[in-house]
Design a protein around this ligand. Structure first.
Ligand code: PGA
Length: 254
């Protein structure tokens, strides 16, 4: 069985003082959980703080984006090597809030996915459909196309040990999570799509669910066969709620 993974996505929240409190509360609440991997993706300026507070704990840290280039005259960008410099292990790629606001194309997202892998970071690739696409019944086609951009360029084997996060756009920050059946059905679609090309990659990749996960729905979502954990936005800003979500995932791993 794949070990569950719960990722906190702080988005653009926090400051030095509040982060310290939150991370210390995470450490206190999560230190005894052994059956789940936990990662917190912080805004860039706080990577050093995350590193200093989380090293030698069972919580890893990462970022919410990275540059597709190695180095150079790219004002405002942050490279994979810089993230590694601060001990980051994971990086979120293609979150819909970025893809929409900064017009990120699927090609750009594919390049960033490979850039993360090349530098030893685990990419957390976000995929998902809009409400209109779900209502039109084309959600699998949409998510399939998002994966195809990577598969067609780099092959399905690059999904080995990577993380895909299914994030229906209509569920992010709305309080309206996908049902566990909706999540399982999409997760199964994603895994079997990769499995037809590379079975080993399909079995080793983790597929998270993201979008209004809370301590209540985390119990049912975590119990689904192809739900390997969650990407948590709002509820990761409360150590108590985040810990309950991690606990629910941990109980399903046991
Ligand atoms: P949310 O965010 O938990 O606040 O809905 C999830 C996400 O953006 O990954």
């Amino acid at each position: 069985m794949r070990k569950k993974l719960v990722v906190a996505n702080w988005k653009m929240h926090g400051n030095l003082a509040s982060n310290r409190q939150l991370l210390q509360a995470y450490i206190a609440a999560l230190s005894s959980l052994k059956q789940v991997d936990v990662v917190v993706c912080v805004p860039y300026p706080y990577l050093a703080q995350a590193q200093s507070l989380l090293q030698n704990t069972n919580i890893a840290w990462g970022a919410q984006n990275l540059s597709k280039d190695d180095v150079g005259a790219f004002t405002g960008e942050v490279s994979a090597a810089m993230l590694r410099d601060f001990g980051a292990t994971h990086v979120i790629i293609g979150h819909s809030e970025r893809a929409t606001a900064y017009c990120e194309s699927d090609e750009n997202i594919a390049t960033k996915f490979m850039q993360a892998k090349k530098h030893g970071l685990t990419p957390i690739l976000c995929v998902g459909e809009t409400l209109i696409e779900r209502e039109a019944g084309v959600m699998q086609m949409v998510v399939g196309q998002q994966l195809d951009t990577i598969i067609n360029t780099y092959g399905a084997s690059v999904f080995a040990d990577a993380v895909v996060s299914y994030e229906p756009i209509w569920a992010i920050g709305t309080g309206l999570a996908a049902t566990s059946d909706q999540a399982q059905s999409m997760h199964e679609f994603i895994r079997s799509k990769i499995a037809t090309l590379d079975n080993q990659a399909a079995n080793s990749m983790k597929i998270l669910y993201g979008g209004s996960v809370n301590p209540q729905n985390a119990v049912q979502l975590s119990a689904m066969k192809d739900v390997d954990g969650g990407l948590i936005g709002k509820c990761s800003l409360s150590a108590q709620e985040f810990a309950k979500i991690c606990q629910a995932a941990s109980e399903c791993s046991a």
